[in-house]
Design a protein around this ligand. Sequence first.
Ligand code: AMP
Ligand code: MG
Length: 394
Amino acid sequence: MKPLLPLDEAQQRLITMAERLRSETVPVGEALGRYLAEDLIAKRSQPAADMSAMDGYAIAFEDRAGPWQLVGECKAGSPPCPPIQPGQAARIFTGALLPDGADTVVMQENVKTDGATIKLIEEPSPVKGRHVRHASGDFKVGDIALKAGTHLNAAALGHAVIAGAGNLSVGRSPKIAVLSTGDELVAPGADTQPHQIPASNDVMITAMLDRLPARSRSISRIKDDMESLCAALESARDCDIIVTIGGASVGDHDLVAPAFKQLGGKTDFWKIAMKPGKPLMAGTLGDSLVVALPGNPGSAFVTATLFLIPLIRYLAGAAHYMPTMQSAITNTLLPATNQRAEFLRAKADGSGITAFNSQDSAKLSILAAANALLYRPAHSPEQEKGAKVSYIEI
Ligand code: AMP
Ligand code: MG
């Protein structure tokens, strides 16, 4: 029997088959969830000049004892107010530029004023530079504000804007077709005969792509015959990735591989040393990458997590595209593994991580109750309760 392909080798081969998509420019307000295609260089310094971090009075530290003669008012959004001289202070508000001659802000709570003069009323006495946001204290013009491959979350978008960006160069969103196969499949919510099941994977896999930069369309419930499968594959050839679900094993009705080959598809790898997910296949059909996921829901979910999602992130320009491993203490004894890496549906919480007793990949109840995939590398020894293990949050 041909040995199974080790998981990390298979993951690497899929990435090697892929080529990052070209970039496109989008308004920063539309870039959520995308990946930055090139380093974002700050077009401005932040703050551009010394400014107040408080509502209070701008003074010169040299002159810290007061009292001060009140001159001028400095507001956010106004050019700097006139310079202050020794013995003078200017009213200042948060975000306003410090006038020349001032280097320190005294909080308004610490002074009293009759409208013309200001006196300190309480300790502490002013500290040099206190309550001042210094010029370039956050970043300066020419700095790399965000690196190529950064995932553009809400905070990153805010940073891009403050660094002066109006548009961002981002990796393109791959175009994806999700094809599900099986004579037994019926539409969600439809009545089922005992020999039928609702096509749950279609909705589940599409949902997994929802927060990724991907444009997906679904071709659901393709019949298990060559003609229907070939027609469906043909109709998806405009896509960067064609994902098939089911029909990927070696049964007489598992026709995804034969149909794919009949159309001239080239298999890159098939059969991975992992559990669940062994029947995963990957190849190319013309310019499209084809990822054939096994049909059992647990297997489809695990292989989508480990192969499909990283592939999409890679195509879309992500610097970090592989799933992030976390660690936790196992609450159960974990048996040794063989040549297949295992991903156990599990619950991680403050107490550690608990793998479920049943790991049947056909059971959606287990998958839906899980918030983690506990990773057991191939050839792991038994792990006692209390040992540190790795997991992927789902
Ligand atoms: P297959 O890989 O086609 O042999 O399917 C393996 C198992 O997964 C079978 O029990 C199928 O009925 C089930 N299955 C396949 N595709 C889907 C789907 N889209 N939704 C839910 N279950 C599926
Ligand atoms: Mg099938």
